[in-house]
Design a protein around this ligand. Structure first.
Ligand code: NAD
Length: 355
């Protein structure tokens, strides 16, 4: 497998392959960009079928964090790490202490938090061997309420473009993953704004309880959420849900939600645009959580600062959607270009400052 030529390598500043035979650790720590500050992004633990797949995953995720963090205009860069889950029984605490030692060797160029398969308790174990972790139980806590608030504001911005007004009163919204960490908070904001909610989730009991609480309609078959005759589709569960199988079933004017990697391929952005559907690029609209985590890095990033950042994020999302509409181009491509431009500008400024 080639590494420097990998499509997601994209000039990563540094990639560390770390092993520790005593604990079974096999980890890859990827630092995509530190142009704006230390790279920040989660650690994922997964049973990867091969190390090649782990490399691909970490490079894509790390590059994605750079884009997300710079679009939210945060004083941090982008990075990510993956741990190849050991087979059979293993000592979880020892594994994360070993991960912490690898992290510490990067001297703060990369700061990790939890991601899929990793818990705040795992980060507590890593904290014993490194200072460079956030997302601790006594830290900023669950990021989901702030993610949900940012997504709610983003939906308003998207509705203004796709439906002509950001007032969500009476607007029909189909939410996928309604009872999740982000979904449930988001649904409460949407209900409060007067939206007509159609909710789907695979957790039937929680779904019925939430729908009852909010006076919403239950979409009994989770797979039928794509067919709902709604104004807005709000994915808050899985990635790759905008794909050749689902796209022609959508009847909505707007796709805006929290899920990461909503488009199965970049080309799906153009397909949405061809169908006249306004798309809110996922890594822009869902950056509330990483904004909230900033509070663990510096006390200046308090609740008021977070609130202000969400307002700026909404404006950035609006600008991207306006540019996409004006230039008749897919919003995901416009967002990627803006992210790359901002990263290049930051790298230039860092180089100038170092002279
Ligand atoms: P979660 O696991 O708490 O919620 C996901 C929900 O989706 C669950 O209720 C689950 O039952 C439901 N679900 C799973 N498969 C489904 C299906 N086929 N149809 C309908 N529902 C289904 O996760 P979360 O933390 O709420 O995150 C949701 C999405 O937002 C993820 O894609 C995540 O990567 C992204 N995201 C989350 C945050 C955050 O702060 N939590 C930040 C940025 C992005």
């Amino acid at each position: 497998m080639s590494l420097f030529e990998h499509t997601a390598f994209d000039n990563h500043e540094k990639v560390l392959f770390a092993t520790d035979p005593a604990t079974g650790l096999k980890a890859i720590l990827a630092v995509h960009s530190t142009a704006r500050g230390p790279a920040v992004g989660g650690c994922r633990m997964w049973s990867y079928p091969s190390s090649a797949e782990a490399v691909t995953d970490v490079l894509r995720l790390s590059q994605g964090m750079s884009y997300k963090n710079i679009m939210a205009d945060l004083p941090i860069g982008g990075g990510k790490s993956v741990i190849m889950r050991p087979e059979g029984d293993f000592d979880r605490q020892a594994l994360f202490e070993a991960f912490g030692r690898a992290l510490e060797s990067l001297n703060g160029q990369y700061i990790s938090a939890e991601d899929v398969g990793v818990s705040p308790d795992d980060m507590v174990a890593a904290r014993r061997t490194t200072r460079h972790v956030v997302g601790l139980p006594d830290g900023t806590g669950d990021p989901s309420p702030v993610t949900a608030k940012g997504v709610f504001m983003g939906i308003q911005a998207a509705a203004a473009r796709g439906l002509g007004s950001e007032d969500l009163k009476g607007v029909k919204i189909a939410v996928q993953g309604a009872t999740g960490h982000v979904g449930a908070y988001l649904c409460r904001h949407l209900a409060e704004a007067g939206a007509e909610l159609h909710l789907a989730d695979i957790r039937a009991a929680e779904l019925h309880a939430l729908a009852k609480e909010l006076g919403a309609t239950v979409v009994e078959d989770p797979n039928a959420i794509y067919d709902v005759d709604a104004d807005i589709f709000t994915p808050c569960a899985l990635g790759a849900i905008i794909n050749p199988e689902t796209i022609d079933r959508l009847k909505v004017k707007v796709v805006a939600g929290a899920a990461n990697n909503q488009l199965e391929t970049r080309e799906m952005g153009a397909e949405l645009q061809k169908r006249g559907i306004f798309y809110a690029p996922d890594y822009v609209i869902n950056a509330g959580g990483i904004i909230n985590v900033m509070g663990e890095l510096d006390a200046r990033f308090d609740a008021k600062w977070v609130e202000g950042k969400l307002v700026t994020l909404k404006a950035t999302l609006g600008e991207i959607m306006d540019t996409a509409a004006r230039e008749a181009r897919p919003a995901n491509i416009v967002a990627d270009e803006l992210a790359r431009q901002r990263l290049a500008d930051a790298a230039e400024q860092k180089a100038l400052a170092a002279e």
